[in-house]
Design a protein around this ligand. Structure first.
Ligand code: SF4
Length: 434
């Protein structure tokens, strides 16, 4: 009988990409990959440590899984495993704690310790979380993700920026890039397997550098892959976006008209305390220029609420800026102290109530801005890459990241079709096939 192994992913798009890659290591007769609710023998949890919720979420998941399946063996891999290490040993059923440097080897690690159970001191969990090297890297798998129409393509990892609120440089190491040829190899295989949209992921992808090649070179090379219809850049730091990338996005081609550029705060004082690399004016100028170059592009952002020292006045500056900027939406994050992050030691902590109130105001503003952004497309035509059917509606995305729903009896999965956009409905648009 093969060992049943399941996966659960917390956190960012990069973690999703890496789970898809790790799963490929288990495509052998020894293992059967199952859903985590279907009593797996082993559950691999790809963890996140970006907020305190990440930690609590892992604990909740483990308790839930153990109630259904008391015998399950747990492998905690990824960011929490890297920064919290032995602290995770106390969690129920944990047998392996594997940090980011070695998590791609999880299939071999499990096989080896199942074959030689006594090797690591009997029942005590195994910790494999060495320091992460700065070298460029390759990935031995192709991230086929059977559950999604679009595929993530990891091109970079780690970060050298050390923003004061962020633990990522500790959890994922310093910035390093995937070998250029290795990226193209995986992209070609994904495209040949029918993934027509690839989302370039990493931690700080604008800093991509491999033997003189940059993100722009990667985009140009990927555009040459025939079966690939769309290339999307995931979150990218504001100071790392070359003008040529904005020009490429504005021109007809495969690069989606979509930029997600984290702002984090609209107050210069707070940006400085966060150790961000730009001021409000620089960010506003960049975003306005991108908007002028590609007026229909979907420009999104992230904002952190309640950073230590954020007064009502600082918050109002953020609110005012977000109101003014040509953003289609932004994600709102509540500040929380992270063990390795400098801001954990800063004074002027903001109360939970104030954080909740401010977050609520910003979420409402974001929803309003998204509806306004959608409104400009009513009556227009757009190409939609359809993904799935739910409640009688097929849904998919435009290159400008608008979720579009249409009614159709045909199978539209993975087809790129023209749609007339008719109305805004909540955080999506309804349309009809042309
Ligand atoms: S740029 Fe700043 S926020 Fe983003 S990963 Fe690097 S340190 Fe963290």
């Amino acid at each position: 009988m093969p060992t049943k192994v399941a996966f659960y992913t917390f956190g960012c798009r990069l973690n999703q990409a890496e789970t898809a890659l790790m799963q490929q290591g288990f495509q052998t007769a020894e293992y059967q990959v199952v859903d985590y609710r279907h009593s797996p023998d082993v559950l691999v949890v790809n963890t996140c440590t970006v907020t305190e919720n990440g930690d609590a979420d892992t604990r909740r998941l483990l308790n839930k899984v153990r109630r259904i399946n008391p015998q399950v063996k747990i492998a905690l891999v990824g960011c929490q495993a890297q920064v919290q290490r032995e602290k995770l040993f106390d969690l129920p059923n944990v047998r392996w704690v594997v940090g980011n440097a070695r998590k791609m080897e999880i299939a071999q690690i499990l096989s080896r310790s199942e074959a030689h159970p006594g090797e690591n001191g009997g029942d005590s969990p195994q910790l494999i979380a060495p320091t992460i090297s700065r070298e460029s890297f390759t990935i031995p798998f192709v991230g086929f993700d059977r559950e999604h129409t679009r595929a993530n393509l990891k091109i970079q990892d780690g970060c050298d920026f050390f923003c004061s609120f962020c633990e990522i440089p500790y959890a994922r190491g310093r910035a390093r890039s995937r070998e250029f040829g290795d990226i193209l190899n995986e992209a070609r295989q994904l495209a040949a397997a029918g993934y027509h949209e690839l989302i370039l992921t990493g931690i700080n992808i604008g800093t991509y550098q491999y033997e003189g090649k940059t993100l722009l070179d990667a985009l140009e090379a990927l555009e040459g892959i025939e079966e690939l219809w769309r290339i999307r850049i995931s979150s990218i730091e504001p100071t790392t976006i070359a003008n040529e990338i904005v020009e490429k996005m504005a021109a007809p081609g495969k690069l989606c008209r979509y930029l997600h550029v984290p702002l984090q705060s609209g107050s210069d004082a707070i940006l400085q305390a966060m150790k961000r690399k730009y001021g409000v004016q620089e960010f506003a100028d960049f975003l306005s220029a991108a908007h002028r170059a590609a007026p229909e592009a979907c420009l999104g952002s992230d904002v952190i609420v309640g950073f230590p020292g954020e007064s009502e006045a600082h918050f109002e500056e953020t609110y005012g800026l977000l109101l003014e900027l040509p953003l289609a939406y932004f994600h709102v994050f509540s500040y929380s102290d992270r063990g390795h992050a400098k801001s954990s030691n800063y004074g002027g902590k903001v109360s939970r109530e104030a954080i909740a109130q401010r977050s609520q105001r910003l979420r409402e503003l974001s929803a309003r801005k998204r509806r306004l952004y959608f409104q400009q497309f009513v009556g227009k035509e757009a190409l939609v890459l359809f993904e799935q059917q739910k409640n009688g509606f097929w849904s998919g995305l435009t290159d400008t990241y608008i979720r579009v729903k249409v009614q159709s009896d045909l199978n539209l999965e993975n087809r790129l079709l023209p749609v007339r956009l008719e109305e805004v409905e909540g955080q999506a648009m309804k349309g009809r096939l042309i």
